[in-house]
Design a protein around this ligand. Structure first.
Ligand SMILES: C=C(O[C@H]1C=CC=C(C(=O)O)[C@@H]1O)C(=O)O
Length: 455
Protein backbone atom coordinates (compact mmCIF):
# COMPACT_ATOMS: atom_id res chain seq x y z
CA UNK A 1 0.00 0.00 0.00
CA UNK A 2 1.66 3.18 -1.12
CA UNK A 3 1.73 6.14 1.25
CA UNK A 4 -0.69 8.71 -0.23
CA UNK A 5 0.74 11.99 -1.35
CA UNK A 6 -1.90 13.87 0.71
CA UNK A 7 -0.48 12.41 3.91
CA UNK A 8 3.06 13.47 3.01
CA UNK A 9 1.79 16.95 2.26
CA UNK A 10 -0.17 17.07 5.52
CA UNK A 11 2.99 16.09 7.42
CA UNK A 12 4.89 18.90 5.74
CA UNK A 13 2.11 21.27 6.79
CA UNK A 14 2.78 20.30 10.41
CA UNK A 15 0.21 17.53 10.93
CA UNK A 16 1.28 14.63 13.15
CA UNK A 17 -1.99 12.78 13.78
CA UNK A 18 -3.65 11.02 10.89
CA UNK A 19 -6.95 9.29 10.25
CA UNK A 20 -7.19 7.81 6.78
CA UNK A 21 -10.65 6.62 5.90
CA UNK A 22 -11.61 4.20 3.17
CA UNK A 23 -15.04 2.85 2.26
CA UNK A 24 -15.13 -0.93 2.28
CA UNK A 25 -17.00 -3.09 -0.18
CA UNK A 26 -19.95 -4.79 1.39
CA UNK A 27 -18.37 -7.24 3.74
CA UNK A 28 -19.95 -10.40 4.98
CA UNK A 29 -19.76 -9.78 8.68
CA UNK A 30 -18.18 -6.83 10.42
CA UNK A 31 -17.99 -8.72 13.71
CA UNK A 32 -15.41 -11.08 12.15
CA UNK A 33 -12.90 -8.23 12.40
CA UNK A 34 -13.55 -8.13 16.12
CA UNK A 35 -13.21 -11.91 16.41
CA UNK A 36 -9.83 -11.70 14.70
CA UNK A 37 -8.60 -9.52 17.52
CA UNK A 38 -8.65 -12.54 19.87
CA UNK A 39 -5.20 -13.76 20.92
CA UNK A 40 -3.58 -11.11 18.79
CA UNK A 41 -2.06 -7.73 19.33
CA UNK A 42 -2.39 -6.23 22.81
CA UNK A 43 -5.70 -7.94 23.49
CA UNK A 44 -7.35 -4.57 23.43
CA UNK A 45 -10.50 -4.35 21.38
CA UNK A 46 -14.07 -3.05 21.40
CA UNK A 47 -17.34 -4.09 19.84
CA UNK A 48 -20.59 -2.15 19.68
CA UNK A 49 -23.89 -2.74 17.94
CA UNK A 50 -27.11 -0.78 18.37
CA UNK A 51 -30.46 -2.61 18.75
CA UNK A 52 -31.61 -1.54 15.24
CA UNK A 53 -28.19 -2.56 13.83
CA UNK A 54 -27.91 0.90 12.25
CA UNK A 55 -24.43 1.32 13.76
CA UNK A 56 -21.74 -1.24 14.39
CA UNK A 57 -18.23 -0.37 15.57
CA UNK A 58 -15.14 -2.50 15.91
CA UNK A 59 -11.99 -0.98 17.39
CA UNK A 60 -8.69 -2.84 17.48
CA UNK A 61 -5.39 -2.05 19.23
CA UNK A 62 -4.89 1.14 21.20
CA UNK A 63 -3.26 4.15 19.61
CA UNK A 64 -3.90 6.31 22.69
CA UNK A 65 -5.26 5.16 26.04
CA UNK A 66 -6.92 6.85 28.97
CA UNK A 67 -6.45 4.68 32.03
CA UNK A 68 -8.51 5.53 35.09
CA UNK A 69 -10.42 8.38 33.40
CA UNK A 70 -10.75 11.31 35.74
CA UNK A 71 -14.18 11.80 37.26
CA UNK A 72 -13.86 15.51 36.64
CA UNK A 73 -15.97 15.80 33.51
CA UNK A 74 -14.38 19.02 32.35
CA UNK A 75 -10.84 17.68 32.72
CA UNK A 76 -11.74 14.49 30.89
CA UNK A 77 -13.35 16.46 28.09
CA UNK A 78 -10.29 18.69 27.81
CA UNK A 79 -7.99 15.67 27.78
CA UNK A 80 -10.00 14.03 24.99
CA UNK A 81 -10.12 17.22 22.99
CA UNK A 82 -6.38 17.75 23.35
CA UNK A 83 -5.64 14.21 22.16
CA UNK A 84 -7.93 14.54 19.13
CA UNK A 85 -7.05 18.11 18.23
CA UNK A 86 -5.55 18.74 14.84
CA UNK A 87 -6.11 15.29 13.42
CA UNK A 88 -5.64 15.30 9.69
CA UNK A 89 -8.30 13.33 7.84
CA UNK A 90 -8.99 12.72 4.16
CA UNK A 91 -12.72 13.15 5.01
CA UNK A 92 -14.36 16.15 6.73
CA UNK A 93 -12.70 16.47 10.14
CA UNK A 94 -15.91 15.70 12.07
CA UNK A 95 -15.78 12.26 10.47
CA UNK A 96 -12.24 11.37 11.48
CA UNK A 97 -11.76 8.00 13.15
CA UNK A 98 -10.31 9.28 16.43
CA UNK A 99 -13.16 7.82 18.49
CA UNK A 100 -12.74 7.15 22.19
CA UNK A 101 -14.16 3.71 22.90
CA UNK A 102 -14.76 2.49 26.46
CA UNK A 103 -16.41 3.68 29.61
CA UNK A 104 -16.42 4.89 33.18
CA UNK A 105 -16.56 3.01 36.48
CA UNK A 106 -19.83 2.82 38.40
CA UNK A 107 -18.23 4.38 41.47
CA UNK A 108 -14.56 5.30 41.30
CA UNK A 109 -14.19 5.34 45.10
CA UNK A 110 -15.15 1.74 45.72
CA UNK A 111 -12.58 -0.91 44.86
CA UNK A 112 -13.83 -3.63 42.53
CA UNK A 113 -12.67 -7.27 42.52
CA UNK A 114 -9.34 -8.31 41.01
CA UNK A 115 -11.02 -9.94 38.01
CA UNK A 116 -11.65 -6.42 36.61
CA UNK A 117 -7.92 -5.63 36.23
CA UNK A 118 -7.42 -2.14 34.89
CA UNK A 119 -11.04 -1.98 33.75
CA UNK A 120 -12.03 -1.57 37.43
CA UNK A 121 -11.69 2.18 37.25
CA UNK A 122 -12.87 2.67 33.67
CA UNK A 123 -10.92 2.81 30.44
CA UNK A 124 -10.98 4.55 27.05
CA UNK A 125 -8.85 4.03 23.96
CA UNK A 126 -8.57 5.38 20.44
CA UNK A 127 -8.13 2.35 18.17
CA UNK A 128 -5.49 2.09 15.47
CA UNK A 129 -8.14 0.42 13.34
CA UNK A 130 -11.76 1.49 13.55
CA UNK A 131 -14.26 -0.35 11.39
CA UNK A 132 -17.64 1.23 11.16
CA UNK A 133 -20.92 0.14 9.62
CA UNK A 134 -23.50 2.91 9.29
CA UNK A 135 -26.78 1.72 7.84
CA UNK A 136 -25.40 -0.37 4.98
CA UNK A 137 -22.16 1.48 4.41
CA UNK A 138 -18.83 0.20 5.67
CA UNK A 139 -15.69 2.20 6.42
CA UNK A 140 -12.29 1.56 7.87
CA UNK A 141 -10.27 4.27 9.58
CA UNK A 142 -6.52 3.81 9.85
CA UNK A 143 -5.44 5.95 12.80
CA UNK A 144 -1.79 6.67 13.43
CA UNK A 145 0.62 9.30 14.68
CA UNK A 146 4.07 10.18 13.51
CA UNK A 147 6.63 12.66 14.78
CA UNK A 148 9.46 11.88 12.41
CA UNK A 149 9.08 12.09 8.64
CA UNK A 150 11.47 9.15 8.22
CA UNK A 151 8.94 6.91 9.98
CA UNK A 152 5.85 8.09 8.15
CA UNK A 153 5.81 5.28 5.63
CA UNK A 154 6.54 2.69 8.32
CA UNK A 155 3.59 3.86 10.45
CA UNK A 156 1.32 3.78 7.40
CA UNK A 157 2.40 0.24 6.52
CA UNK A 158 1.99 -0.88 10.13
CA UNK A 159 -1.71 0.03 10.32
CA UNK A 160 -2.33 -1.57 6.94
CA UNK A 161 -0.65 -4.76 8.09
CA UNK A 162 -2.86 -4.71 11.14
CA UNK A 163 -5.98 -4.43 9.04
CA UNK A 164 -4.75 -7.07 6.63
CA UNK A 165 -4.30 -9.54 9.50
CA UNK A 166 -7.84 -8.82 10.66
CA UNK A 167 -9.15 -10.24 7.42
CA UNK A 168 -7.69 -13.69 7.91
CA UNK A 169 -9.76 -16.66 9.05
CA UNK A 170 -11.02 -16.28 12.64
CA UNK A 171 -9.32 -18.56 15.15
CA UNK A 172 -11.44 -21.40 16.55
CA UNK A 173 -11.79 -21.32 20.31
CA UNK A 174 -11.40 -24.50 22.30
CA UNK A 175 -14.44 -26.25 23.77
CA UNK A 176 -14.89 -25.71 27.45
CA UNK A 177 -17.26 -27.16 30.06
CA UNK A 178 -18.68 -25.77 33.26
CA UNK A 179 -16.84 -26.55 36.50
CA UNK A 180 -18.79 -24.25 38.78
CA UNK A 181 -21.75 -21.89 38.67
CA UNK A 182 -22.60 -20.16 41.92
CA UNK A 183 -24.78 -17.25 42.99
CA UNK A 184 -22.73 -15.43 45.62
CA UNK A 185 -23.86 -14.60 49.18
CA UNK A 186 -27.53 -15.23 48.50
CA UNK A 187 -28.78 -15.23 52.08
CA UNK A 188 -26.78 -12.08 52.92
CA UNK A 189 -28.29 -10.40 49.87
CA UNK A 190 -31.85 -11.36 50.85
CA UNK A 191 -31.23 -9.91 54.30
CA UNK A 192 -29.82 -6.75 52.73
CA UNK A 193 -32.95 -6.32 50.62
CA UNK A 194 -35.12 -6.63 53.76
CA UNK A 195 -32.89 -4.19 55.61
CA UNK A 196 -33.03 -1.75 52.70
CA UNK A 197 -36.85 -1.92 52.59
CA UNK A 198 -36.87 -1.16 56.30
CA UNK A 199 -34.48 1.75 55.82
CA UNK A 200 -36.65 3.18 53.01
CA UNK A 201 -39.77 2.88 55.20
CA UNK A 202 -38.21 4.66 58.16
CA UNK A 203 -35.82 7.10 56.53
CA UNK A 204 -37.11 10.61 55.95
CA UNK A 205 -35.12 10.84 52.72
CA UNK A 206 -34.36 7.48 51.09
CA UNK A 207 -36.94 6.29 48.53
CA UNK A 208 -35.23 3.82 46.25
CA UNK A 209 -31.95 1.87 46.13
CA UNK A 210 -30.76 -0.42 43.34
CA UNK A 211 -28.98 -3.43 44.82
CA UNK A 212 -26.80 -5.71 42.75
CA UNK A 213 -25.69 -9.28 43.19
CA UNK A 214 -23.14 -11.55 41.55
CA UNK A 215 -22.94 -14.97 40.02
CA UNK A 216 -19.54 -16.63 39.56
CA UNK A 217 -18.64 -19.08 36.83
CA UNK A 218 -15.59 -21.27 36.43
CA UNK A 219 -15.03 -23.30 33.26
CA UNK A 220 -12.48 -25.90 32.23
CA UNK A 221 -10.92 -23.69 29.52
CA UNK A 222 -10.63 -19.94 28.98
CA UNK A 223 -14.04 -18.42 28.28
CA UNK A 224 -14.06 -17.14 24.73
CA UNK A 225 -15.20 -13.56 24.26
CA UNK A 226 -15.84 -14.36 20.61
CA UNK A 227 -18.26 -17.16 21.46
CA UNK A 228 -19.95 -14.98 24.07
CA UNK A 229 -20.49 -12.10 21.64
CA UNK A 230 -21.68 -14.54 18.96
CA UNK A 231 -24.34 -15.93 21.29
CA UNK A 232 -25.48 -12.48 22.38
CA UNK A 233 -25.82 -11.36 18.77
CA UNK A 234 -27.85 -14.45 18.00
CA UNK A 235 -30.16 -14.31 21.00
CA UNK A 236 -30.52 -10.82 22.40
CA UNK A 237 -32.83 -8.71 20.29
CA UNK A 238 -33.72 -5.11 21.21
CA UNK A 239 -30.43 -4.67 23.04
CA UNK A 240 -27.08 -3.00 22.55
CA UNK A 241 -24.33 -5.59 22.36
CA UNK A 242 -21.02 -4.33 23.72
CA UNK A 243 -17.62 -5.83 24.49
CA UNK A 244 -14.47 -4.20 25.80
CA UNK A 245 -11.25 -6.13 26.26
CA UNK A 246 -8.14 -4.74 27.85
CA UNK A 247 -5.14 -7.01 28.48
CA UNK A 248 -7.30 -10.11 28.66
CA UNK A 249 -9.94 -8.63 30.97
CA UNK A 250 -13.18 -8.82 29.02
CA UNK A 251 -16.30 -6.87 29.85
CA UNK A 252 -19.31 -7.86 27.79
CA UNK A 253 -23.07 -7.49 27.84
CA UNK A 254 -26.41 -7.01 26.13
CA UNK A 255 -28.15 -4.01 27.63
CA UNK A 256 -31.57 -2.61 26.75
CA UNK A 257 -30.77 0.71 28.42
CA UNK A 258 -29.56 3.76 26.53
CA UNK A 259 -28.03 6.41 28.74
CA UNK A 260 -27.46 9.15 26.18
CA UNK A 261 -27.09 9.40 22.42
CA UNK A 262 -25.72 12.67 21.07
CA UNK A 263 -25.91 13.84 17.49
CA UNK A 264 -24.82 17.29 16.41
CA UNK A 265 -28.18 18.79 17.44
CA UNK A 266 -30.00 16.28 19.60
CA UNK A 267 -29.82 14.32 22.82
CA UNK A 268 -31.83 11.12 23.18
CA UNK A 269 -32.21 8.92 26.21
CA UNK A 270 -34.58 6.35 27.69
CA UNK A 271 -36.09 5.54 31.05
CA UNK A 272 -35.94 1.79 31.60
CA UNK A 273 -37.01 0.41 34.99
CA UNK A 274 -39.61 -1.95 36.41
CA UNK A 275 -39.46 -5.55 35.25
CA UNK A 276 -41.46 -8.73 34.74
CA UNK A 277 -40.71 -12.07 33.06
CA UNK A 278 -41.68 -12.92 29.47
CA UNK A 279 -44.57 -15.34 29.09
CA UNK A 280 -44.21 -18.88 27.77
CA UNK A 281 -46.76 -18.13 25.05
CA UNK A 282 -48.31 -15.05 23.48
CA UNK A 283 -51.30 -14.79 25.79
CA UNK A 284 -49.25 -15.27 28.96
CA UNK A 285 -46.74 -12.72 27.67
CA UNK A 286 -49.52 -10.22 27.02
CA UNK A 287 -51.02 -10.83 30.47
CA UNK A 288 -47.64 -10.31 32.17
CA UNK A 289 -47.06 -7.13 30.17
CA UNK A 290 -50.45 -5.74 31.27
CA UNK A 291 -49.69 -6.73 34.85
CA UNK A 292 -46.43 -4.78 34.70
CA UNK A 293 -48.11 -1.72 33.20
CA UNK A 294 -50.69 -1.71 36.00
CA UNK A 295 -48.39 -2.61 38.88
CA UNK A 296 -48.06 0.19 41.44
CA UNK A 297 -44.66 -0.84 42.77
CA UNK A 298 -43.08 -1.10 39.32
CA UNK A 299 -44.70 2.14 38.16
CA UNK A 300 -43.20 3.84 41.21
CA UNK A 301 -39.72 2.42 40.45
CA UNK A 302 -40.05 3.66 36.89
CA UNK A 303 -41.45 7.08 37.78
CA UNK A 304 -38.38 7.83 39.91
CA UNK A 305 -36.26 7.34 36.79
CA UNK A 306 -38.58 9.39 34.59
CA UNK A 307 -38.65 12.35 36.97
CA UNK A 308 -34.89 12.33 37.43
CA UNK A 309 -34.13 12.16 33.70
CA UNK A 310 -36.71 14.84 32.90
CA UNK A 311 -35.11 17.11 35.44
CA UNK A 312 -31.44 16.48 34.58
CA UNK A 313 -31.73 16.30 30.81
CA UNK A 314 -34.04 19.31 30.88
CA UNK A 315 -30.94 21.41 31.67
CA UNK A 316 -29.34 20.31 28.41
CA UNK A 317 -32.28 20.45 26.00
CA UNK A 318 -34.04 23.49 24.60
CA UNK A 319 -37.58 22.24 25.10
CA UNK A 320 -39.17 20.50 28.09
CA UNK A 321 -39.21 16.75 27.54
CA UNK A 322 -42.69 15.59 26.48
CA UNK A 323 -44.65 13.61 29.07
CA UNK A 324 -45.54 10.15 27.85
CA UNK A 325 -47.01 7.04 29.48
CA UNK A 326 -44.71 4.05 29.85
CA UNK A 327 -44.80 1.38 27.17
CA UNK A 328 -43.27 -2.12 27.23
CA UNK A 329 -39.74 -2.93 26.11
CA UNK A 330 -39.47 -6.65 25.47
CA UNK A 331 -36.20 -8.54 25.57
CA UNK A 332 -35.73 -12.27 25.31
CA UNK A 333 -36.15 -13.04 29.01
CA UNK A 334 -37.67 -9.93 30.48
CA UNK A 335 -39.96 -6.97 29.82
CA UNK A 336 -39.51 -3.46 31.21
CA UNK A 337 -41.40 -0.23 31.52
CA UNK A 338 -39.91 2.13 28.98
CA UNK A 339 -40.17 5.80 28.00
CA UNK A 340 -37.86 7.26 25.35
CA UNK A 341 -36.95 10.97 25.46
CA UNK A 342 -35.25 13.23 22.97
CA UNK A 343 -34.71 16.95 22.59
CA UNK A 344 -32.67 19.63 20.89
CA UNK A 345 -29.30 20.27 22.55
CA UNK A 346 -28.94 23.66 24.12
CA UNK A 347 -26.06 25.68 22.78
CA UNK A 348 -22.79 24.63 24.42
CA UNK A 349 -24.35 21.57 26.06
CA UNK A 350 -21.47 19.13 26.14
CA UNK A 351 -22.12 15.44 25.60
CA UNK A 352 -19.79 14.27 28.38
CA UNK A 353 -21.16 16.84 30.79
CA UNK A 354 -24.67 15.47 30.24
CA UNK A 355 -23.44 11.86 30.61
CA UNK A 356 -21.76 12.69 33.91
CA UNK A 357 -24.85 14.54 35.09
CA UNK A 358 -27.15 11.60 34.29
CA UNK A 359 -25.06 8.75 35.71
CA UNK A 360 -26.17 6.92 37.76
CA UNK A 361 -29.86 7.39 37.11
CA UNK A 362 -32.29 5.91 39.68
CA UNK A 363 -32.35 2.79 37.45
CA UNK A 364 -28.89 1.93 38.84
CA UNK A 365 -28.34 4.17 41.87
CA UNK A 366 -31.48 5.27 43.65
CA UNK A 367 -33.41 8.23 45.05
CA UNK A 368 -32.09 10.56 46.22
CA UNK A 369 -28.89 9.79 44.42
CA UNK A 370 -26.43 10.77 47.17
CA UNK A 371 -28.05 8.77 49.99
CA UNK A 372 -28.66 5.77 47.72
CA UNK A 373 -25.04 5.67 46.56
CA UNK A 374 -23.85 5.96 50.13
CA UNK A 375 -26.06 3.01 51.09
CA UNK A 376 -24.80 0.93 48.15
CA UNK A 377 -21.19 1.73 48.93
CA UNK A 378 -21.63 0.84 52.61
CA UNK A 379 -23.63 -2.35 52.05
CA UNK A 380 -22.31 -4.01 48.90
CA UNK A 381 -19.19 -6.05 49.56
CA UNK A 382 -17.14 -4.84 46.55
CA UNK A 383 -17.24 -2.11 43.95
CA UNK A 384 -19.22 -2.72 40.75
CA UNK A 385 -16.36 -2.00 38.36
CA UNK A 386 -17.95 -1.00 35.05
CA UNK A 387 -21.22 -2.86 35.70
CA UNK A 388 -24.11 -0.37 35.63
CA UNK A 389 -21.80 2.40 34.38
CA UNK A 390 -21.72 4.32 31.08
CA UNK A 391 -20.05 2.42 28.23
CA UNK A 392 -19.91 3.48 24.58
CA UNK A 393 -18.11 5.82 22.25
CA UNK A 394 -17.46 9.49 21.74
CA UNK A 395 -16.05 11.41 18.80
CA UNK A 396 -14.71 14.57 20.47
CA UNK A 397 -14.38 16.62 17.28
CA UNK A 398 -18.12 16.49 16.60
CA UNK A 399 -19.04 15.99 20.29
CA UNK A 400 -21.28 13.13 19.22
CA UNK A 401 -21.54 9.54 20.39
CA UNK A 402 -23.56 7.23 22.55
CA UNK A 403 -23.33 5.70 26.00
CA UNK A 404 -25.47 2.92 27.40
CA UNK A 405 -25.87 1.62 30.93
CA UNK A 406 -23.70 -1.49 31.16
CA UNK A 407 -26.17 -3.97 32.67
CA UNK A 408 -26.90 -7.63 31.74
CA UNK A 409 -23.15 -7.91 31.73
CA UNK A 410 -20.17 -9.92 32.94
CA UNK A 411 -16.46 -9.51 33.43
CA UNK A 412 -14.42 -12.43 32.14
CA UNK A 413 -10.82 -13.34 32.87
CA UNK A 414 -9.37 -16.60 31.56
CA UNK A 415 -11.69 -19.42 32.69
CA UNK A 416 -13.67 -17.32 35.17
CA UNK A 417 -16.57 -14.92 34.84
CA UNK A 418 -18.49 -12.75 37.24
CA UNK A 419 -22.05 -11.89 36.19
CA UNK A 420 -24.00 -8.99 37.67
CA UNK A 421 -27.71 -8.33 38.09
CA UNK A 422 -29.48 -5.65 40.08
CA UNK A 423 -32.97 -4.51 40.92
CA UNK A 424 -34.68 -1.44 42.23
CA UNK A 425 -35.76 -1.69 45.85
CA UNK A 426 -38.67 0.47 47.02
CA UNK A 427 -40.82 0.25 50.12
CA UNK A 428 -43.07 -2.49 48.71
CA UNK A 429 -40.24 -4.74 47.54
CA UNK A 430 -40.32 -8.38 48.63
CA UNK A 431 -36.84 -9.95 48.93
CA UNK A 432 -37.73 -13.34 47.36
CA UNK A 433 -39.38 -11.66 44.35
CA UNK A 434 -36.37 -9.39 43.85
CA UNK A 435 -34.16 -12.48 43.90
CA UNK A 436 -36.37 -14.05 41.21
CA UNK A 437 -36.09 -10.89 39.12
CA UNK A 438 -32.29 -10.87 39.34
CA UNK A 439 -32.23 -14.55 38.37
CA UNK A 440 -34.01 -13.59 35.15
CA UNK A 441 -31.54 -10.76 34.61
CA UNK A 442 -28.60 -13.18 34.85
CA UNK A 443 -30.02 -15.27 32.02
CA UNK A 444 -28.75 -13.43 28.92
CA UNK A 445 -25.14 -13.64 30.05
CA UNK A 446 -25.56 -17.12 31.53
CA UNK A 447 -26.78 -18.46 28.22
CA UNK A 448 -24.06 -16.65 26.31
CA UNK A 449 -21.35 -18.11 28.53
CA UNK A 450 -22.87 -21.58 28.48
CA UNK A 451 -24.24 -21.68 32.02
CA UNK A 452 -27.29 -23.45 33.30
CA UNK A 453 -30.63 -21.65 33.37
CA UNK A 454 -33.06 -22.48 36.17
CA UNK A 455 -36.63 -22.72 34.93
C1 LIG B 1 -29.97 -2.98 37.50
C2 LIG B 1 -30.48 -3.67 36.51
O1 LIG B 1 -31.64 -3.31 35.86
C3 LIG B 1 -32.17 -2.00 35.96
C4 LIG B 1 -32.72 -1.67 34.65
C5 LIG B 1 -33.99 -2.02 34.29
C6 LIG B 1 -34.88 -2.50 35.26
C7 LIG B 1 -34.53 -2.51 36.57
C8 LIG B 1 -35.50 -2.97 37.61
O2 LIG B 1 -36.64 -3.32 37.26
O3 LIG B 1 -35.13 -3.06 38.77
C9 LIG B 1 -33.23 -1.96 37.05
O4 LIG B 1 -33.46 -0.66 37.49
C10 LIG B 1 -29.84 -4.90 36.01
O5 LIG B 1 -30.34 -5.51 35.07
O6 LIG B 1 -28.78 -5.28 36.56
Amino acid sequence: MELPLEIKQAYRMGKRKFSWIEPLDKIESIVDFFYQGEQKYNQTRFFWETPDKALTLVGIEPLVEILTPTQDEQLLREEMQKITKDVWCNYPKEQNGYFFLGGLPFDKKKKAKKIWGELASGYFFIPKILIKKIQDQYFVAYNFQCHDYENLNEKWQEVHQLFYRLQQEPVESSKSHMLEQKELRVSEWLKLVAQTVQEIKTSPVLNKVVLARELAIRKSQPISLNETVKQLLREQKNTYIFALEKDGHKFVGATPERLLCATENTFATACVAGSIARGKNESEDFRLGQQLLEDQKNQQEHQYVVRYIEQILGHYTQEALPKRPAILLKNQDIQHLFVPFSGTRTENASFLEAVFALHPTPALGGVPQGSALEWISKKESAGRGMYGAPIGWIQPQSDSGEFVVAIRSAIIRENQALLYAGCGIVEDSIPKLEQEETKIKFRPMLRAIGGEIEC
